[in-house]
Design a protein around this ligand. Structure first.
Ligand SMILES: N[C@@H](CCC(=O)N[C@@H](CS)C(=O)NCC(=O)O)C(=O)O
Length: 246
């Protein structure tokens, strides 16, 4: 008799879980946590302090940006988008990956623009002091110029959201979840300014998501991880994401 198979699942040895190195406010890490939570997969989350990266993270991924996902077999996934695709290819209850090929191509293009052009302007708007070599003296003017450049992308999103509730139609997709954390970062750089813009659908899209259960689940606060700390499962205290609106 195969004893292991005869035992109820509860008594069988637990499977090791993937380990996600994350930073709560990082939009890349946020999108990875969103996909993992939505897929219903479990993983151990290790909150990283970026100015003092744990040796285990650097050993797993020499570039040591977050997020990094270390799978039980030793495979390391170092890019946020790849982590999203990994999780959703295992389980995609909300059809974020979209069966339709045209939608998939459109998703890729949108995410590419976000991660490329928009992210460059966002960084310069939010952290102008990191780009002193790109401007001479007026840091405020530099930041505002990049805010204006980023605005053309946000108007494009607003116009899409004016036509349907999500970026690519009536249902949320990978594109929404990959892009929302970056729009959130932009909005919170100067919320009063953002709220004064004539972008009602963009603002509603962001606000709905920020007040939804999936966002709450992935924004749970964890203490910075140190070797020897007990494992913390992602979103455990707020329960599994299965069946949620997004
Ligand atoms: N292309 C990477 C970018 C990740 C990234 O740049 N993360 C930032 C935090 S938001 C980071 O780890 N910065 C720390 C560093 O570069 O040392 C991805 O998609 O995962």
């Amino acid at each position: 008799m195969n004893t292991a198979a005869a035992l109820p699942a509860f008594f069988q040895a637990p499977q090791p879980l993937p380990v996600l190195y994350s930073f709560r406010r990082c939009p890349y890490a946020m999108r990875a946590r969103l996909a993992i939570a939505a897929s219903g997969l479990r993983c151990i989350v290790r909150e990283v302090v970026l100015r003092s990266k744990p040796a285990d993270l650097v050993a797993a991924s020499s570039k040591a940006t977050v997020p990094v996902l270390v799978l039980p077999g030793g495979r390391v996934i170092e890019q946020s988008l790849e982590i999203m695709l990994w999780a959703l290819s295992l389980n995609d209850p909300h059809d974020w990956l979209a069966a339709n090929r045209e939608t998939r191509t459109a998703m890729q293009a949108l995410i590419g623009s976000n991660d490329g052009n928009f992210k460059q302007h966002l960084d310069r708007y939010k952290y102008p002091n990191r780009y002193q070599h790109e401007h001479t003296d007026d840091e405020q003017a530099f930041a505002k110029a990049h805010r204006a450049d980023a605005g053309s992308w946000l108007r494009e999103l607003q116009s899409r959201l004016n036509r349907h509730p999500w970026l690519l139609g009536d249902a949320a997709s990978l594109a929404d979840m990959a892009i929302l954390p970056f729009v959130r970062q932009f909005a919170h750089t100067d919320l009063a300014w953002f709220n004064a813009q004539p972008w009602p659908h963009l603002k509603a899209w962001l606000l709905d998501w920020e007040s939804g259960p999936l966002f709450q689940q992935v924004m749970e606060k964890y203490p910075p991880w140190q070797p020897g700390d007990p494992d913390i499962a992602l979103g455990l205290s707020t329960g599994p994401a299965t069946g949620l609106k997004f």
